[in-house]
Ligand binder design. Sequence first.
Ligand SMILES: Nc1nc2c(ncn2[C@@H]2O[C@H](COP(=O)(O)OP(=O)(O)O)[C@@H](O)[C@H]2O)c(=O)[nH]1
Ligand SMILES: [Mg+2]
Length: 349
Amino acid sequence: MFGGLKEKLLAARNRLGASIQGVAETQAPGSAASATAEPSVPPVMQETGTPAAPSFVDKLKVFIIERELIVSEKDVAEALSDLEMTLLESDVALPVCDAIIAIVKKCLVGKHRKIGESVDALVVGALKSALLDVLGKGFNLIEFIRPRDRPVKILFTGVNGTGKTTTVAKIGSYLKKQGFTVVIGAGDTYRAGAIEQIGVHAERIGIKIIQHQEGADPSAVLFDTVQYAVSHKIDVVLADTAGRFHTKSNLMNQLDKIRRVMKPDLIVYVDEAVAGNDAIVRAAEFDRTVGADAVILTKADMDSRGGAAISIAHTIGKPLMFLGTGQGYEDIMPFDPAQVVEDLLGSDA
Ligand SMILES: Nc1nc2c(ncn2[C@@H]2O[C@H](COP(=O)(O)OP(=O)(O)O)[C@@H](O)[C@H]2O)c(=O)[nH]1
Ligand SMILES: [Mg+2]
């Protein structure tokens, strides 16, 4: 997941580190700093027995800041513009790139008195703060459900084929494991085979489903689902819906009716991570027309660029709640910004 982005961030981190190391060397009288760095690099033994050259990151890690270091904007300008290109190539939205660059710059430019810290730690710290800032806090579904009146009604929306139905099943299974009772409403009455598809999922995960005939009014199905949940004291209603494009006003009106009839506590917008910027544009449109309280990005397992996941919370101002990571019911993970940043920058890759 996001392997391409991880690799590119490592390269950007190296370039930033190299420019700061250059500054430190020129500010150290007689290049004393660089002299202290070299001998402490342990020679890494390869399987052949010949010592391998230490990686660039290793060199930066042992390049310790030994005296006050002053970094100017000019010193890091080139490396920052490389970072910007890296982010744009990874499908990170432009305003998010700008926000990341501004924070990294703010962290790096100026006086550094952290004597004893490595140049690499300085750079990684700056990148981490920037990523954490744009990723926001995430959204804990369990904490959302727990204190609310029953049933807690969750409506899933989005375009066709992005993984809504699969996600409804995954969330159903996840909530069941957490001890909640769940009912699913088969609100996609539009696409041929959709009712059967969600029916098969529901049976496999052992969750009750409420369904009408193909072509029925989805508002009526979901109204019945809520009634069922009320009379059976079910904790959570998961409402599947037909995929639709925000440009089709009749279908968007239908969604509006569903919203009025069902009165969801939470509207979840589902899209696929692989759609990159398209997912962000669509999410913003859905949020504007029917509203969205949280986002799920599916197919993160097939997405190497990571741009949508990095950009969506900052761009539309709604938290990313889960990432879909495969086709199985277990393949869903709560989106934890700290964990994602750790995965992207934590080890040397
Ligand atoms: N690799 C992968 N495939 C997924 C994921 N989520 C859904 N899919 C697949 O995407 C396809 C469309 O899913 P579906 O739930 O029918 O989408 P819907 O039209 O939005 O309801 C199916 O083949 C799913 O198995 C995911 O996280 N990873
Ligand atoms: Mg579906």
